[in-house]
Design a protein around this ligand. Structure first.
Ligand SMILES: C[S@@+](CC[C@H](N)C(=O)[O-])C[C@H]1O[C@@H](n2cnc3c(N)ncnc32)[C@H](O)[C@@H]1O
Length: 159
């Protein structure tokens, strides 16, 4: 399975980089994982609704340009569907069974994902009703993808 994790902006915090690198390395035993960072747009402090839409649209175009037409896209969104780790694992297992070998998880920038990205997404996934910074979300996501593969292999993983 080829998994893309697409995020907006450059990851700067060292502690997040370390965690993401660690889980990406572990995931390498199960899948081909590609971390893609698209350039973010500078958002003014007091952006109008129109300016915010413009920013999300520009970032969205960059995200969409990274997606192959065959890719099954899972957008991370607060208002998306909440799953248990076992359900996420089952979801990935079913996608593989149906021949979906390209999966992309997409995380929005500070203003979230554009309407076009949400329309392109095959499903949306919520990690809770709380708002997480996008870079921290990336770390939690790669850990959960790793956990999903361990669950599907029946391998021990501390609860
Ligand atoms: C700082 S948040 C954006 C907040 C923005 N106001 C919104 O409502 O989308 C940046 C990105 O992190 C992801 N994210 C943050 N919290 C999340 C959650 N609880 N579940 C799923 N994704 C989340 C989403 O992809 C979001 O676009």
């Amino acid at each position: 399975m080829n998994i893309q994790v697409i995020t907006v902006g450059k990851l700067k915090e060292k502690y997040l980089k370390l965690g993401i690198t660690e889980y990406t390395k572990r995931l390498g035993a199960y899948a081909k994982i590609e971390l893609i960072e698209v350039v973010d747009e500078k958002a003014p402090e007091q952006a109008s609704v129109a300016e915010m839409k413009q920013i999300k649209d520009k970032e969205g175009e960059r995200i969409l340009s990274k997606l192959h037409p065959d890719t099954h896209v899972i957008a991370l969104a607060i208002e998306g569907k909440m799953l248990t780790s076992e359900q996420l694992a089952d979801n990935l297992d079913k996608l593989a069974t149906y021949g979906k070998s390209k999966i992309a998880f997409v995380i929005g920038g500070s203003l979230g994902l554009s309407d076009d990205v949400m329309k392109r997404a095959n499903e949306s996934l919520s990690f809770s009703k709380m708002t997480f910074p996008h870079q921290l979300m990336k770390l939690v996501l790669v850990e959960q993808i790793y956990r999903a593969f361990r669950i599907n292999r029946g391998e021990p993983y501390h609860k």
